[in-house]
Design a protein around this ligand. Structure first.
Ligand SMILES: NC(=O)C1=CN([C@@H]2O[C@H](COP(=O)(O)OP(=O)(O)OC[C@H]3O[C@@H](n4cnc5c(N)ncnc54)[C@H](O)[C@@H]3O)[C@@H](O)[C@H]2O)C=CC1
Ligand SMILES: O=C(O)[C@H]1O[C@H](OP(=O)(O)OP(=O)(O)OC[C@H]2O[C@@H](n3ccc(=O)[nH]c3=O)[C@H](O)[C@@H]2O)[C@H](O)[C@@H](O)[C@@H]1O
Length: 445
């Protein structure tokens, strides 16, 4: 099939590349000429495992092209995929200006019937508006479908090639058939829904996953007070098939380009129909506060942070990505600076993206994990990169000035920390004081 993909962010680029890899002819379009030039030269503007190799392979096979020329890409395509950003506005609502503009440009470029497949995450009712906008700007027939995207950054290619399900939300039979055909080599599990339900499935899925994370983070906070271990609790819960084991990793709260944005947007979507989504509001509030546990733990060890040097390992919102959108590291580092601390920060690949957004004379961006940790008063692990997991707690201790380790991602096991001289605070697990488990708290009943 002939596809035009509008927008070469994570979703547009990865899905365009994967669709070409399964034999389709794909043209990826972006307004940003620097991005397109990079892609044409085989460079990838984002860090995503496996992507570079796949781009090379499919571009060489002549199935994958990159251009800023939307008109010719749409003109040559049967299916147009909308994958532009829908970022948050200050109110929390999704900003639909990019997708509406892209839809209009597509309408003006049409030279015959097209199927429009929206992969961007959009509020319920948006695809109907996209359909009306396109019909108002072209005389050619159009069939619109909402096909939400469920890939995760860091495993985007794998997720796209092996999806749990494909949701096709459309009232147009031709779109349902063509899009089922397009996806059938990826999975048999294709669900057909109406358009509004497909749009809601995306928000509900992200909101539910965010809820699981805030839930386990609150359980972790209670575990710390009652002397239980949240990692064991999560395993025990996860063995119940009705609960499932994924998304029960306690930590410093979720970040990234989607959970924060989509939870806020769903609260707004509900609000517009006079429904207060109380549960989701709490999920967001718990998440906002969770990252400050790092600061609270540091203060409980160091008393004051004023004049202290704090090492930070990990700036990306999760491992295997250089994306720093809504990364918890921003608020944690900002809060350290406000308390008078200096920061030495290191991330294997996200540093340059991060430093474009946060700079201060009291932040030193380092070239290695060791350089960041050397002579610091404490180390905070904010992203569980494999590179950090390979460094033993004993080595960390030898680098630090004071032996304080705050593990925001439960990266180390108790036995690895035992017998070191580290004061070790993780999330929802017993603290270790100089390598020895702290006394189990007294319970007041
Ligand atoms: N990032 C992710 O992991 C996921 C994102 N989504 C959703 O997919 C959508 C896209 O997200 P990202 O890929 O992160 O986007 P992004 O914001 O990283 O990139 C969007 C791209 O679209 C381009 N663009 C905007 N208007 C254009 C136009 N009129 N013509 C051509 N190009 C245009 C921009 O220049 C930019 O390169 C959002 O709605 C997001 O919520 C869904 C699942 C996963
Ligand atoms: O709509 C989107 O953009 C995407 O959002 C998430 O994907 P992503 O944000 O790339 O990454 P996740 O692996 O979901 O992690 C999100 C955040 O939650 C945190 N997390 C995740 C899992 C967990 O158990 N605990 C936890 O704290 C991560 O550290 C990270 O900060 C969803 O998992 C995807 O299905 C969805 O397509």
């Amino acid at each position: 099939m002939k596809l035009a993909v509008i927008g070469t962010g994570y979703v547009g680029l990865v899905s365009g590349v994967c669709f070409s890899d399964i034999g389709n002819d794909v043209t990826c379009v972006d307004k940003m000429s620097q991005k397109i030039e990079m892609l044409q030269q085989g460079e990838v503007p984002i860090y995503e495992p496996e992507l570079k190799e796949l781009i090379k392979k499919n571009a060489e096979a002549g199935r994958l092209r990159f251009t800023t020329d939307l008109t010719s890409a749409v003109g040559n395509a049967d299916i147009v995929i909308l994958a532009v950003g829908t970022p948050s506005m200050p109110s929390g609502e999704a900003n639909l200006s990019y997708i509406m503009e892209a839809a209009k440009e597509v309408a003006l470029a049409m030279n015959g019937h097209k199927i429009i497949m929206t992969k961007s995450t959009v509020p319920v009712g948006t695809n109907e508006k996209i359909g009306s906008l396109i019909r108002g700007n072209t005389a050619y027939p159009v069939s619109v479908a909402s096909v939400p995207e469920f890939l995760r950054e860091g495993s985007a290619v794998r997720d796209t090639m092996n999806p749990d399900r494909i949701v096709i939300g459309s009232d147009c039979e031709d779109a349902r058939q063509a899009l089922a055909e397009l996806h059938k080599t990826l999975t048999d599990n294709i669900l057909f829904t109406d358009v509004r339900s497909a749009e809601m499935i995306k928000y509900a899925s992200n909101a539910f996953l965010a809820t699981k994370i805030s839930f386990i983070n609150e359980i972790a906070n209670i575990c710390e007070k009652v002397g239980a271990d949240v990692t064991q609790v999560a395993v025990g819960m996860g063995h119940d098939n009705r609960i499932g084991s994924s998304f029960l990793k306690a930590g410093i709260g979720y970040g990234g380009s989607c959970f924060p944005k989509d939870t806020e947007a769903l609260i707004q979507i509900a609000g517009h129909v006079d429904y207060e989504f109380k549960l989701l509001k709490s999920v967001v509030e718990v998440n906002r506060d969770q990252r400050f546990n790092v600061i609270r733990k540091l203060e409980s060890i160091l008393d004051t942070l004023n004049g202290k040097t704090i090492a930070i390992w990990g700036l990306a919102f999760k491992p295997e990505t250089d994306d720093v959108r809504d990364a918890p590291a921003f608020e944690i580092i900002t809060s350290l600076l406000q308390r008078g601390a200096s920061v030495k920060a290191y991330d294997p690949i996200a540093t340059s993206n991060f430093m474009q957004k946060l700079n201060s004379p009291r932040i030193e961006y380092c070239d290695s994990a060791e350089e960041a940790a050397l002579r610091a008063d404490a180390l905070c692990v904010l992203t569980e990169w494999k590179e950090f997991q390979k460094i033993s707690p004993a080595t960390i201790q030898s680098w630090l000035k004071s032996p304080n380790l705050i593990d925001g991602r439960n990266m180390y096991k108790e036995e690895e920390v035992a017998n070191t001289g580290l004061i070790y605070y993780s999330v929802g697990r017993p603290n270790m004081n100089k390598g020895v488990r702290e006394k189990t708290p007294q319970l007041l009943f």
